[in-house]
Design a protein around this ligand. Structure first.
Ligand SMILES: [Zn+2]
Length: 194
């Protein structure tokens, strides 16, 4: 009985989402996982990335599940994100926009912190999680000091694009053996659940 109820609800949410999602490319959290440890230490430094521009590196070993940094930014509507996304057209590999719900997007280009320098990888050592309207980056596995941090940006964008078009528009060259050849979410992962 409960299962039926949940299915109905999630279908409704999916329809609503399709109508309200920003049309510009925005980062999203891939999945929500179990309880995490919250660290009070400053665990990272900014350095030259091995893949793109600046990157974030841990200053000490990080335990699996440890919270590393919050992804901060100005809270804007998805309509405003679309407007700003158009302004930034031309650099498809780099957005500071992170969708935290079907209506709210964080823009780290304003009031953002160093978390915006963490790069994308298809087999990342970190993951982003939305908790009570805020985004945190957690260690997905044990990470040794000085290994660059990555999470999966899992871009969601205009539903009219095919997976092939997304691969052309937002190519990924992260070098992972599991690289899906795009920073965008493809296949089932496109059905983002907020
Ligand atoms: Zn990749």
């Amino acid at each position: 009985m409960t299962a039926k109820k949940i299915t109905k609800k999630s279908k409704k949410t999916a329809a609503k989402k399709a109508a309200l999602k920003p049309k510009t490319a925005v980062k999203t959290a891939v999945k929500k996982t179990a309880a995490k440890k919250i660290s009070t230490k400053s665990l990272w430094r900014v350095g030259k990335s091995t893949v793109h521009g600046r990157g974030i590196f841990p200053t000490a070993d990080i335990a699996r599940g440890e919270r590393i940094i919050e992804y901060k930014g100005e809270r804007i509507s998805n309509t405003e994100a679309d407007r700003r996304g158009d302004d930034a057209a031309g650099d498809a590999h780099h957005t500071f926009l992170f969708a935290i719900s079907e209506k709210v997007v964080l823009d780290a280009s304003r009031f953002g912190n160093e978390a915006r320098f963490i790069n994308h990888c298809c087999s990342p050592n970190c993951e982003a999680e939305v908790k009570r309207g805020r985004v945190y980056i957690y260690a997905k596995r044990k990470i040794p000091a000085n290994a660059e941090l990555f999470y999966d940006y899992s871009y969601v964008t205009d539903d009219s694009y095919s997976d092939a078009e997304l691969r052309r528009l937002y190519p990924c060259r992260c070098g992972s053996p599991k690289c899906r050849k795009t920073i965008a979410a493809v296949g089932k992962a496109r059905q983002q659940s907020w």
